[in-house]
Design a protein around this ligand. Structure first.
Ligand SMILES: NC(=O)c1ccc[n+]([C@@H]2O[C@H](COP(=O)([O-])OP(=O)(O)OC[C@H]3O[C@@H](n4cnc5c(N)ncnc54)[C@H](OP(=O)(O)O)[C@@H]3O)[C@@H](O)[C@H]2O)c1
Length: 328
């Protein structure tokens, strides 16, 4: 790994701001350049975070020889084209969730990265948070026995105008791709396998995207993952994992800092608390460590898992008949 790992950023929106603050606070990481479709916007963004180079197009940043990796933070339909742009220029990529709009795009990008040995990872930041290490050990060590049921929800309400990316089909809107993706990835992490059956029900809003939905995954031994996502309701966003010998509660699981282990028959629970500042620094360190070790994907969020998440979301959208305009 270079002494200083230089990040490039594509996009200057809400999450690019959060990412930039995290890079500044990550040892060994530096912001090297930012690109916007509009160079003045890039300059304004660069000023806030003292970024030395700006570009008025995404093509230009992908060709910058000084950057060690590029973070893609644009609306969902533009993930694929920008992943490909970076990979074709041999640039390692960290791309925001949902990785792509659909599984065809995900498979193409993953195949290309693997064939050309370029690092690629979905920015599923939750997965890299410190609390997941301990909760993962609880599960692995059989603290709650065999896992039988998982319950998660993820919902928040903001009266978005219909042009906003959250509800705009032209920008890949809808609760499933925005927040439901966390529920699905969490179920994958807990059960370590893909579901045998998926059933779901959605409310499609006025703009034509899912405003809320419930999804159930059923696994080989009858295990169930029961998940709800919503853009209409403020939810606790907690996760419960129920097993044959106890349960695990993960508060605010997508940005988890607190988890409780309740062992069957024991009066006192075990509670852990793993606070963090920003949260993105863990995925940033994961990318830097993987690249430093010569890996082309992360073992903590593999590309096979990323693809399986998108495949499940394709299947769920097919159940609702939800096709984005650019997929027609
Ligand atoms: N990990 C997380 O916690 C998290 C949280 C929120 C969002 N996200 C993901 O991050 C991505 C961006 O979300 P955001 O909330 O940052 O969105 P945003 O605030 O709307 O910003 C998106 C940026 O994308 C660029 N862009 C390129 N083509 C665009 C187009 N046709 N229309 C609008 N913007 C376009 C724009 O940058 P320029 O104009 O400068 O080119 C814009 O600033 C989404 O995929 C979302 O799912 C992740």
């Amino acid at each position: 790994m270079p002494d200083v790992f230089k990040w490039g950023i594509i996009g200057t929106g809400m999450i690019a701001n959060k990412f930039s603050k995290a890079v500044i606070n990550t040892p060994g990481a530096e912001l090297g350049a930012v690109a916007s479709r509009n160079v003045e916007k890039a300059e304004e963004f660069a000023k806030k975070y003292s970024i030395p180079k700006t570009y008025g197009s995404y093509e230009q940043i992908a060709k910058d020889p000084e950057l060690d990796a590029i973070y893609i933070a644009v609306p969902n339909p533009f993930h694929y084209e920008n992943i490909m742009l970076c990979l074709e220029n041999k640039k390692p990529v960290l791309c925001e969730k949902p990785f792509t709009l659909n599984a065809k795009q995900a498979k193409d990008a993953i195949d290309y990265a693997r064939k050309n040995n370029v690092f690629l990872m979905e920015a599923l930041w939750t997965r890299f948070l410190p609390i997941y290490k301990t909760v993962g050990e609880w599960i692995k060590n059989g603290e709650i026995g065999e896992i039988r049921v998982l319950k998660t929800d993820f919902g928040f309400y903001v009266p978005w105008p219909k042009e906003d990316r959250h509800v705009n089909p032209a920008l890949g809107g809808g609760g499933l791709l925005d927040v439901g993706v966390y529920n699905i990835a969490f179920a994958q992490w807990v059960f370590k396998q893909e579901p045998q059956r998926i059933t779901s029900m959605a409310h499609i809003g006025e703009t034509g995207v899912d405003e809320q939905a419930s999804i159930i995954f059923a696994y080989d031994k009858g295990q169930l993952a029961v998940m709800t996502c919503s853009l209409l309701a403020d939810m606790p966003n907690d996760a419960w994992i129920y097993g044959s010998k106890g349960m695990i509660y993960l508060k605010d699981y997508w940005r988890g800092t607190t988890a409780v282990l309740k062992r069957k028959g024991q009066l006192s629970d075990e509670t852990i608390y793993c606070p963090f500042e920003n949260g993105f620094e863990y995925e940033i360190m994961e990318v830097m460590n993987c690249i430093g070790e010569g890996k082309t994907e992360s073992p903590l969020r593999t590309l096979d898992e990323t693809l399986a998440t998108i495949e499940a979301m394709d299947q769920i959208r097919a159940q609702w008949g939800l096709v984005f305009p650019m997929e027609r």
